[in-house]
Design a binder for this molecule. Structure first.
Ligand SMILES: Cc1ncc(C[n+]2csc(CCOP(=O)(O)OP(=O)(O)O)c2C)c(N)n1
Length: 811
């Protein structure tokens, strides 16, 4: 796999000794720095004591549990040391993304060497005592995780779940023209779906307004126990693949450290100069064609510089180097000697002084201050976060003279508000809207009045709203990229929204998981500043997939989201446009949450004036006095609803019941903030038990119409007094192409089923109730016959309006 001579496949490097990039002294120093990082990495994995090997290594110096990943680590140490050199040489504003984040020892070792680690964790000081703690804490109970975790300064990407490094890197450089993100991509990671599409990010970066991503494909040839595909195709094929994605790849290949240092240094100089040239051409010469950005392929042995052969098996340069090459010295006495030889091969006595401090000539190689990648503020985005300049959402209100007034579609009302958020922050350049080709289809067309969609690939006549720069990034059909870009954007201190179809947001379930975990952990780290919340707007939802059907129906993302830490997740289902405006204003101002907002885009009745909407959304849940008839009396029945379609069907059911059974006292409760349903000990938004009982009573039937799968409401309310009387209707996996009303009928969520449910639970309605129930069942038959014949809902459904007397005020 490796070229015999270790030379770079690169014109400058091929000049060899005659015109080297590194002087002999520089080469010695950079090699020593690399050895220091490798020594610290092996120390983290293995050493319990004797951090400087000041005496012969004993079994008691070795940790009992040996955990971590060596294989990727020396390559990453090599890259980091060389990036330090170019940061200094070109005064670069650079951060490091570790795709194979399981190489945690590398980022910890390097941030320790550069001093940023000890500044944040003074206990891990730059001396022998600090070294000992540094080693001990790694993968140790009460210590730090083995990955490029949030605890590690300079990290915006844990790299535990592989595949997202490159999208995070692109998200970070949007609107950061001076930033370069060096992104190490594992060759195994490169096989994942998200990473394989992420190479296309180069068609969305604008060389004028955005920074640059420098991918470094770490071609060490192996995954856990398999070779990697990219290492087992011909070099020509690999080069063609990367060129096909629009990159100019530079290969640095070999295993001889001396040759590799020179090759890497020469290559890095070349790619940095190329990046600067591209940016200069675009910024000063106004070059408009899409640049071919450079990238590096670093082909080096997995577990480079580690044990070559253990127990007769090749380790270095094979998959066996992936984790801990010497896994149990206690059981294999010979391994202790191998470990000591391995550690001593880095010559620690030449790297650290007697007090355990890195020798000054090596310490001098690290960049200074915020140029150190562990101290770069972009990697602690909350430091750079500025509030959005917000328009007053009330100015975008839908006029609701009375409940049930016609609306144009809630998201269409939100659009102008988001348009103005984009507009007001054009100068700050800290707000973007991401989506997988759905901004128009999700009803956010107003955004294009002030901004284009950013697109650096070719333009053709008839294209709409495409331009090299824009606040909307929705021209790639990849939920993974939208999520990864937005995460990278937020993690580096900006704001944004991801609009997506409800069913397909599941594609990024796992990315959401990782981000939510990141937020949970960083919230507990005092030095990490809070970042803006990740806002999902799911506008094409389960109930209105009129021309798509079953494939596009799935409201399960809510269930997925509520599994995560209560401190992090928020779920909102605004029943109408004014509530949506109020909710979105809140979400855009919030910090360190994941906000899930589900709203409709189809014309639908509006219920609350802006003033009432603000009140309702501030409480998150409340009685709609005007809709019920219980007034100050005790209710016989609670009709609860959550979501726009369930709210409509509930109110229609209430209208039927009020008309035919006026003696039944009904209370209508609407839920905007789903987490109100949980007790406060489960979620910070949870309603106190007393308040919950006040709303839902202790013993009266509750018919609850819910947007998503019904079980969730039971899960959230099972500790509540009246849980046994809560009867939930929601989506029960009956989807198809049919009329909007029929969708609710198929899932028993329609007004007729809801009213029948109520009658069934109110024996006091007697014969009157039975008669009404019969009529409603007839209606369901009539409905079916009508849609089968006409292909549309009955006029009485389509034209239904709320005509009940308004018992309370809506304003
Ligand atoms: C999405 C995902 N699938 C599987 C794993 C388990 N895993 C951890 S490391 C690894 C191999 C990674 O290979 P590569 O990206 O080449 O990294 P390196 O060889 O540098 O360690 C795998 C499969 C994971 N972390 N994430």
């Amino acid at each position: 796999m490796f070229k015999q001579n270790g030379a770079a496949q690169h014109p400058i490097a091929e000049l060899g000794g005659s015109a080297t990039t590194l002087s002999p002294q520089e080469l010695d120093n950079i090699d020593a720095y690399w050895r220091a990082a490798n020594y610290l990495s092996v120390g983290q994995i293995y050493l319990f004591d004797n951090p400087l090997l000041s005496r012969p290594l004993q079994l008691s110096d070795v940790k009992h549990m040996l955990l971590g990943h060596w294989g990727t680590t020396p390559g990453q140490n090599f890259i980091y040391a060389h990036l330090n050199r170019v940061i200094n040489k070109y005064d670069l504003d650079m951060i490091y993304v570790s795709g194979p984040g399981h190489g945690g020892p590398a980022v910890v070792a390097n941030t320790y060497l550069e001093g940023s680690y000890s500044e944040i964790y003074p206990n891990i000081s730059q001396n022998t005592a600090g070294l000992q703690k540094l080693f001990l804490q790694f993968s140790f109970p009460g210590g730090i995780p083995s990955h490029a975790s949030p605890e590690c300064p300079g990290s915006i990407h844990e790299g535990g779940e592989l595949g997202y490094s490159l999208s995070h890197a692109f998200g970070a450089v949007f609107d950061n023209p001076e930033l370069i993100v060096a992104c190490v991509v594992g060759d195994g990671e490169a096989e994942t779906g998200p990473l394989a599409t992420a190479w296309h990010g180069n068609k969305f970066v604008n060389p004028v307004n955005d920074g640059a991503v420098l991918p470094i494909l770490h071609l060490n040839g192996y995954k856990i126990s398999n070779p990697t595909l990219l290492a087992r195709i011909s070099r020509v094929e690999l080069e063609q693949l990367l060129r096909g994605y629009g990159w100019t790849p530079y290969f640095v290949e070999g295993d001889d450290p001396v040759l590799m240092h020179e090759a890497m240094a020469a290559t890095l100089d070349q790619v940095i100069e190329q990046i600067k040239h591209i940016q200069l051409q675009a910024r000063q010469q106004h070059e408009v064609s899409r640049p071919r950005w450079p990238m590096i392929v670093l082909a080096s042995p997995k577990g480079w510089t580690g044990p070559k052969v253990v127990d007769g098996l090749q380790i270095e340069g094979t998959f066996r180097a992936h984790q801990v090459p010497l896994s149990d010295p206690a059981k294999h006495p010979g391994h202790l000697k191998l470990l000591e030889d391995w550690l001593r091969s880095y010559r620690p006595e030449q790297l650290f002084d007697a007090q355990g401090r890195l020798k000054p000539e090596l310490a001098a190689l690290a960049p200074k201050g915020n140029r150190r990648m562990g101290a770069n503020p972009h990697a602690n985005g909350g430091i750079l976060l500025r509030d959005l300049i917000m328009p007053d959402f009330r100015d975008y209100a839908e006029q609701v003279p009375q409940p049930g007034s016609p609306g144009v579609g809630d998201v269409h009302v939100l659009g102008p508000f988001l348009r103005d958020v984009a507009k007001f922050n054009l100068e700050q350049r800290n707000f973007r809207v991401f989506g997988p080709d759905e901004t128009l289809s999700n009803g956010l067309e107003a955004l294009f009045q002030v901004s284009n969609r950013q697109w650096d690939a070719a333009l053709q006549e008839n294209d709409e709203f495409l331009a090299p720069a824009g606040r909307v990034v929705d021209s790639m059909l990849s939920e993974h990229q939208c999520e990864g870009w937005l995460e990278g954007y937020l993690l580096t201190g900006r704001h944004g929204i991801f609009n997506c179809y409800e069913a397909f947001i599941h594609i990024i379930d796992s990315m959401f998981n990782q981000h939510a975990k990141w937020l949970k952990v960083t919230a507990e780290l005092p030095w990490r500043r809070k970042i803006a919340s990740l806002n999902y707007l799911l506008a094409s939802h389960v109930w209105r997939q009129d021309h798509n059907g079953f494939t596009h129906q799935d409201p399960g993302f809510i269930d997925h989201v509520v599994n995560k830490k209560a401190e992090i997740v928020r779920v909102y289902l605004p029943p109408d446009a004014n509530c949506l405006l109020s909710v979105m204003d809140h979400c855009l101002r919030s910090r360190h949450y994941v906000n899930l907002v589900i709203a409709g885009k189809h014309p639908a009745p509006q219920w609350l004036s802006m003033e009432a909407a603000v009140l309702h959304c501030t409480q998150g849940i409340g009685i709609w006095e005007w809709a019920g008839n219980a007034e100050n009396l005790e209710a016989d029945l609670i009709m609860a609803c959550c979501g726009d379609v369930p709210t409509l069907e509930t109110l229609a059911a209430v209208a039927i019941l009020r008309e035919h059974l006026p003696e039944i006292k009904i209370r209508v409760v609407n839920v905007v903030d789903l987490m109100k349903l949980q007790p406060p000990r489960e979620h910070p938004h949870g309603l106190p038990d007393q308040d919950f009982d006040d709303l839902f009573s202790k013993d009266k039937p509750v018919i609850f119409a819910f947007h998503a799968y019904p079980w969730l409401i039971h899960r959230l309310t099972y500790r509540r007094t009246n849980h046994a009387n809560i009867h939930v209707r929601g989506y029960k996996e009956e989807g198809t192409i049919t009329t909007p009303f029929d969708m609710t009928v198929l899932n028993d969520l329609d007004r007729f089923h809801l009213a029948i449910d109520a009658i069934d639970r109110l024996p006091q309605t007697g014969g009157k109730g039975v008669t009404l129930k019969q009529q409603l069942q007839n209606k369901l038959v009539e409905h079916k016959q009508y849609i089968d014949k006409h292909g549309t809902d009955m006029p009485e459904i389509r034209n239904w309006v709320w005509t009940q007397a308004v018992s309370g005020a809506t304003t």
